[in-house]
Write a protein that binds this ligand. Structure first.
Ligand code: ATP
Length: 304
């Protein structure tokens, strides 16, 4: 069963001042159970609108979505989800510990389970020292960490996280990536939005690129990076003279040079190189990263 199914979702906001804003247009996506899916898009692309719609917080103009087979309108659908909103705001007179208790109870967890899970998530998110201080005294990054803790507390199957790394320092960002990878190992489904390509490249199985409310790309991250291989950089000892198709870029050490080969010349040039007495010490693909792929999509769509 698919964990998340989004079918032809459209959302038009009507504002007095600006008239109609088409935030989502015919968006369809299926996210398999156990998949980590990065929803990538520039500011104003429609990421939060998608997430709020599939969380049942705003009604779609048309289209439907299901989570674990349940319609988003049904409260049962939400029982499976750990949700982190874009700008989490809590009852800030509560402490992190009290807030997690409140969330745990709303998911009908027992007090014993709440105590165990709350301690584990508070420690995981490095909030232990601050756990008995009111949230209103927390920094932005600490509030974000509470947001993640409340998404984790009831150990749901599906995580829907709106910009989970936002407001975090490099240590916090690395921690969130680690948590996402741990969730994946545990067979959970994670759907998260971001505008940072590196976040997607490091942790996601699949990526969707949304621009102007329309899905512009939906595919496997590994394949995308593999297809983006433009050539190879080789370090070669005893390079034969006049090796065809190779460009010598620099000398590395005595007798070792770096050469660049186009993707289509790799096999032919390597065979020739070895046959003529050269030896390959190192080989690395020269590939487009996700960022240049993302920027290419934005350029095509006239966003940059
Ligand atoms: N309540 C609203 N009323 C009117 N327009 C809205 C409303 N919410 C969102 N929009 C518009 O819908 C479009 C998509 O916004 P959305 O917040 O989904 O983008 P986003 O991809 O999450 O952006 P960001 O990365 O900046 O958070 C934007 O043009 C935005 O101005």
């Amino acid at each position: 069963m698919a964990a998340i199914e989004i079918d032809k979702l459209c959302k038009v906001f009507r504002t007095k001042k600006f008239g109609k804003v088409e935030a989502l247009s015919d968006l369809s996506l299926t996210i398999a159970s156990g998949e980590v899916y990065g929803f990538l898009g520039p500011n104003g692309a429609g990421k939060s609108t998608t997430i709020k719609t599939i969380m049942g917080l705003i009604a779609p103009t048309s289209g439907t979505a299901r989570i674990m087979g349940q319609k988003i309108e049904s409260p049962q659908a939400r029982a499976h989800i750990g949700y982190l909103p874009e700008n989490p705001a809590f009852y800030d007179y509560l402490t992190a510990e009290e807030y997690l208790k409140f969330v745990g109870r709303s998911f009908k967890m027992s007090d014993e389970d709440i105590a165990v899970r709350s301690e584990a998530t508070i420690k995981l998110l490095d909030l232990w020292e601050a756990r008995r201080r009111p949230i209103r005294g927390y920094s932005k990054g600490m509030v974000q960490r509470v947001g993640l803790a409340q998404a984790l507390i009831h150990d749901p199957d599906v995580f829907i996280l709106d910009e989970p790394m936002s407001g975090l320092d490099p240590v916090g960002r690395a921690l969130v990536k680690e948590i996402i990878l741990e969730l994946k190992k545990a067979g959970k489904t994670v759907f998260f939005s971001t505008h940072i390509t590196d976040d997607v490249e490091k942790v996601c199985d699949r990526v969707g690129v949304i621009v102007g409310g329309k899905l512009q790309y939906d595919g496997n991250v590994e394949e995308l990076l593999r297809d983006g291989t433009e050539g190879y950089v080789l370090q070669v000892r005893n390079i034969p003279e006049g090796l065809s198709c190779a460009t010598v870029s620099r000398a590395i050490a005595h007798g070792v040079v770096e050469i660049v080969l186009k993707r289509e010349d790799l096999n032919k040039s390597m065979t020739e190189l070895v046959a003529r007495g050269g030896s390959i010490e190192r080989i690395e693909p020269q590939r487009k990263n996700l960022e240049s792929f993302f920027l290419d999509i934005l350029k095509k769509k006239g966003n940059r």
